[in-house]
Write a protein that binds this ligand. Sequence first.
Ligand code: FES
Length: 156
Amino acid sequence: MLDRQAQIEFILDHYENPRNRGRLDDADVIMKGGNPGCGDVVTFYLKVDPEAGRVVDVKWEGEGCTISQAAASLASEMVQGMTLEQVKALKADDLIDTLGREVVTARLRCATLGIHTAKAAVRKYEVERLLAQIEAERVPDVEGQDLGLEFEAVEE
Ligand code: FES
């Protein structure tokens, strides 16, 4: 486990050299997350392989404090290549332990903004995919179509 100084350096390295920072123009899902306490935001872009159910590319961008931006960088590294199930099962604690619990404990909302947004992006992707499937399987509008039904005239 890193000592306190090493944890601070780890956070500063992610802040100064953010991993996966940027936009994904062909993202399958874009999710914006915000910290209501301060107004800081991060946006995650995920590219998903639907067959494998796996995140194949991830980018993020945002504005905020050192911890929120460093933690978003780390969160993007964590979800890269994960299956959707693995992302959903990720615990904020996993990220907090990597950042250094002692260092970020007073700033948990900052530290977890990125990972919560990445997890929300996966849920949004799944909901949108489900809605698209329902839409594709919807019974077409039958008005004006010949349904092949025959009716016998009933004489009164
Ligand atoms: Fe806004 Fe940290 S102060 S996310």
